[in-house]
Design a protein around this ligand. Structure first.
Ligand code: GDP
Length: 443
């Protein structure tokens, strides 16, 4: 995701490497690169303008921090601004003080609205909340069937009245049904059209006025890029949204939509869809998205993902090790094995610093790389795994590992070098800082 944007921003940052101070003159090229990157990622032009101006202002006013080069400082400013534009922190779903919480789903046809309805219901179910889904798309019988099928799959009831009833009435009775069933959340899927039209908006507005939702979520297809800004603007102006779900972020999408939605509507992206399966929904975290855009990988998401697989105490131990930079080769090996067990290697690799650029056939290469790394770690002694610093200072040990694993000494040196950098980066993250090194080639 966002690979092109990440690459371009990396170029911008390279241009500042080797300079010892941010200045009006040396920053112009980098700013141009940021501007180009965002435009080519289909970010709304107004958003780009505001963004670049803000970055320039902050960069020029920034105090020189010792030990940090201007390139690193610049990228930190870009990162902070990206986070700010995308909304600073994750905003959870609304929750009504007296149940049921009503969530209204809006969006064009094909954006993944019906899928997102089921994904949300499953997400809430995992949080031990109960749901009812309501099918109001009377224009497409297939949409109703789709919701029923999804409902059966995730064991969440669906309220529908076929295609002859009035959508507003279905929505109203759906909420009544939710009260009767005593569920705490009712999610109303609505009709989508291929493009915005007044009938659709009018119907949506009437449903909204009738059920008075706690959350009105616009489902936006991330693949639509620049269009996302216009779409968000129209829906927000005519209906009033309280948040968005950005779908299809697993595809070959540009980053533009994520940046535009918040800026255009002032409303947060609450979730992202990352696949066709009902499980493929994640809360939206601006910091993580910014890290991804800047190609710094996403160690936090990785840890969270691991959480689903490991028992909690293990994860807590791992997190605290990461934060205190006590992460050693044993932990690294554990993480790698976990990766292998977690299915989609491709998706996971993107979360590892420096692997953001991998795609398609690269994944096979990634798998080979994991095997190589594993064989090198396997050739380390227990002591060496627990204390990676031993290896940095001993060519003899590195030679032995190279021999034992059938790799070259420089392979082993690279592994240790990269590992050490990764650990330093984790330490910085743990201290609330920004990783200084965006790329981790070969990890
Ligand atoms: P709706 O018309 O807006 O209700 O859209 P659907 O929920 O029927 O989804 C349209 C298509 O997009 C379907 O083929 C879904 O499987 C697919 N889809 C939905 N969400 C995602 C996602 O996050 N990632 C991917 N790759 N496909 C998705």
């Amino acid at each position: 995701m966002f690979d092109a944007l990440a690459e371009r921003l990396e170029d911008a940052w390279k241009k500042l490497r080797g300079q010892d101070k941010i200045s009006q003159s040396n920053i112009q090229e980098a700013l141009k690169e940021v501007r180009r990157a965002l435009i080519s990622a289909d970010v709304n032009l107004q958003v780009v303008k505001g963004f670049v101006a803000e970055v320039e202002k902050k960069a020029l006013g920034a105090e020189v921090i010792s030990g940090v080069n201007p390139g690193q400082q610049f990228i930190k400013i870009v990162y902070d601004e990206l986070v700010k534009v995308m909304g600073e922190s994750n905003i959870p779903l609304a929750k009504a003080s007296t149940p049921p919480t009503v969530i209204l789903m809006a969006g064009l046809q094909g954006t993944g609205k019906t899928t997102a309805t089921a994904k949300l219901a499953l997400f809430l179910r995992k949080e031990k909340r109960t749901c009812l889904m309501v099918a109001t798309d009377v224009y497409r019988p297939a949409a109703i069937d789709q919701l029923i099928t999804l409902g059966q799959q995730i064991e969440v009831p669906v309220f529908e009245m076929g295609t002859d009833a009035d959508p507003v009435e279905i929505a109203r009775l759906g909420v009544e049904k939710a009260k009767e069933l005593g569920v705490d959340t009712v999610i109303i899927d609505t009709a989508g059209r291929l493009q915005i039209d007044q009938d659709m908006m009018g119907e949506l507005a009437r449903i909204k006025a009738t059920v008075k939702p706690d959350d009105t979520l616009l489902v936006v297809d991330a693949m639509t890029g620049q269009e996302a800004a216009t779409l968000t603007h129209t829906f927000h102006e005519q209906i009033g949204i309280t948040g968005a779900i950005l779908t299809k972020l697993d595809g070959d999408t540009r980053g533009g939509a994520a940046l535009s939605v918040r800026q255009v509507s002032g409303q947060p992206i609450k979730f992202v869809g990352v696949g066709e399966k009902v499980e493929a929904l994640q809360p939206f975290y601006p910091e993580r998205m910014a890290s991804r855009i800047l190609n710094m990988g996403d160690v936090l998401t990785l840890v969270e993902k691991a959480q689903e697989e490991l028992d909690l105490s293990d994860v807590e131990k791992m997190q605290s090790k990461i934060l205190q930079a006590q992460f050693d080769f044993n932990d690294f090996l554990k993480q790698m094995r976990l990766l292998k067990n977690m299915g989609s290697l491709g998706g996971l690799l993107k979360l590892i610093p420096g692997m953001g650029k991998l795609s398609g056939s690269d994944i096979a290469k990634g798998e080979t790389e994991l095997k190589r790394t594993e064989s090198m770690i396997n050739s380390m002694t227990k002591e060496e795994r627990a204390n990676p610093d031993l290896l940095a200072s001993s060519p003899g040990r590195r030679r032995r590992i190279a021999k034992g694993s059938g790799h070259s000494e420089s392979d082993v040196s690279n592994l240790i070098k990269n590992f050490t950098r990764m650990r330093a980066m984790m330490k910085q993250m743990g201290q609330g800082g920004m990783p200084a090194m965006p790329g981790m080639p070969g990890m």
